[in-house]
Design a protein around this ligand. Structure first.
Ligand SMILES: Cc1ncc(COP(=O)(O)O)c(C=O)c1O
Length: 397
């Protein structure tokens, strides 16, 4: 297909027109539906951290920060990673601040993959991964995550993972805790992945933006802590979810110096650098606001339970997540088979928005019966959504 003035987009990006999030948010606005689609909180981050950003703007920190990020933020990231996981990174050569995790992932893939290289990733996957791979001309090799039992956690089959790796594989792109299934990979699962990465000499890029938002007794384990993995892992995280400031788009990578240099080489021509005041405020967050984050974690766990109970009362089969902002609900107990048509009808018929899980999959069968609902919302918003769903279920009976 040729490019014209009215169809100017390059071929490799044509599959990525309007995202499902924009589509469903527009539908929420049109119909007045409660939006449990997009994963952003409706309350703000810690006050002192917000004040830090304001002070930094008033204090004149308004010109280009250094490309790799402000030193105080790089030092705070290093201190945090060392204190929490025992992982030591040199703030000067092994940490790079990015415009959210999104830029970190795109820059990493563009830096590490030649055209035709294969990237193995867990399916369903966060939507920016596929687009980043297409930009790089890389080929995705999805490995499905499936529920281990009705209502159970989602997991991968190690044989599927082994089968997805070929001589062309360059990167394993992980995401744990995982959006949209809520799975936090266990040490055993991570060890399986690590063994394969080492055997095939692969680089692991791991998206850990939900690292602090785990529930019950689940703890996040960075794959870089496993033997032989630090030297082959680019760890990605971000302030957005940890501190409820998703609009700030402050992210970072921690990786060996050669990998940071490679990612920096690309990143400098995407954005060069990111807002100094926000970086300084996030440094404050990492050093001083982890108690606030712990309170957020507990409150999210209660909200997870609140929404899970509500969705179960509606008659959906609920997969309680181990982490993240999201619940997977299986529509089959309602006598339906297809989560996508359910999700598209829901704003009109029930006044609630969720995201069909199939849109995060290459193989629609993997996500077919599921809808993702976000619970990072205020109690009254969750209660309103559940009330509407119960009324809808009542009308269906
Ligand atoms: C798994 C995952 N990675 C990355 C992001 C984006 O992070 P950021 O806003 O820091 O770019 C999100 C946001 O929803 C996400 O769920």
């Amino acid at each position: 297909m040729g490019r014209t003035l009215t169809e100017p987009l390059v071929e490799r990006m044509r599959a990525y027109g309007t995202t499902i999030f924009a589509e469903m948010t527009a539908l929420a606005q049109q119909t007045g539906a409660v939006n449990l689609g997009q994963g952003f909180p409706d309350t703000d981050g810690p006050n002192a951290m917000l004040e830090q950003a304001v002070d930094a703007i008033r204090g004149g920190l308004n010109q280009y920060p250094p490309g790799p990020g402000l030193p105080p933020l790089r030092q705070a990231i290093a201190a945090h990673r060392k204190a929490r996981y025992g992982l030591a990174y040199d703030p000067d050569s092994e940490i790079l601040v990015t415009v959210g995790a999104t830029e970190a992932i795109s820059a990493a893939i563009l830096a590490l993959c030649e055209t035709g290289d294969e990237v193995v990733l867990l399916e369903p996957y966060y939507d920016s991964y596929a687009a980043a791979l297409s930009l790089a001309g890389a080929v995705r090799r999805p490995v499905p995550l499936r529920p281990v039992a009705a209502g159970g956690r989602f997991a991968f089959d190690p044989d599927d993972l082994r089968a997805a790796v070929t001589p062309r594989t360059r990167v394993l792109l992980l995401n744990s805790p995982h959006n949209p299934t809520g799975t936090a990979l266990t040490v055993d699962e991570l060890q399986t992945i690590a063994d394969i990465a080492i055997e095939h000499d692969l680089i692991v890029v791991t998206d850990e933006v939900y690292e602090h938002l785990t529930f019950d007794d689940v703890v996040h384990v960075p794959i870089a802590t496993l033997p032989g993995m630090r030297e082959r892992t680019v760890s990605v995280s971000s302030a957005g979810k940890t501190f409820s400031v998703t609009g700030w788009k402050v992210g970072w990578i921690c990786a060996p110096a050669a990998m940071v240099r490679a990612v920096m080489t690309v990143k400098q021509f995407l954005t060069f650098t990111h807002s100094g005041p926000m970086q300084l405020a996030v440094a404050h967050g990492l050093l001083r606001e982890m108690e606030w984050v712990e309170a957020l974690r507990s409150s999210l766990q209660l909200r997870r339970d609140r929404l899970a109970d509500g969705l179960a009362a509606v008659g959906l089969d609920v997969h309680k997540p181990e982490a993240t902002y999201f619940i997977q609900a299986d529509v089959r107990p309602l006598g339906l088979t297809d989560g996508e048509s359910f999700a598209r009808m829901l704003p009109h018929d029930a006044g609630v928005v969720g995201i069909p899980t199939a849109v995060f999959c290459d193989d629609p069968d993997v996500g077919r019966p599921f809808v993702r609902f976000a619970f990072c919302k205020r109690d009254d918003v969750l209660d309103e959504a559940v009330g509407r769903l119960l009324a809808y279920a009542g009308r269906r009976r």
